[in-house]
Ligand binder design. Structure first.
Ligand SMILES: [Cu+2]
Length: 66
């Protein structure tokens, strides 16, 4: 289980957008995003480039907090 902290989410639509963006990435499965904490958890079916995860989140208007 990998996780990233996502900033900028304010409602269920944001959670759905982030979930969808992460699930679209090659190798990412079982995405679970929690609005209250901003934590997005996911399983890696194969190694996933953290940069790709960051790009996917950034592209839809949110940020990854390191
Ligand atoms: Cu929202």
């Amino acid at each position: 289980m990998a996780q990233v902290k996502v900033g900028g989410m304010s409602c269920g639509h944001c959670v759905a957008s982030v979930t969808k963006a992460l699930e679209a990435l090659d190798g990412v499965k079982n995405v679970n995003v929690t609005l209250e904490t901003g934590i997005a958890e996911y399983d890696e079916e194969k190694p996933v480039d953290p940069g790709a995860v960051k790009d996917a989140v950034t592209k839809i208007g949110f940020e990854v907090k390191e």
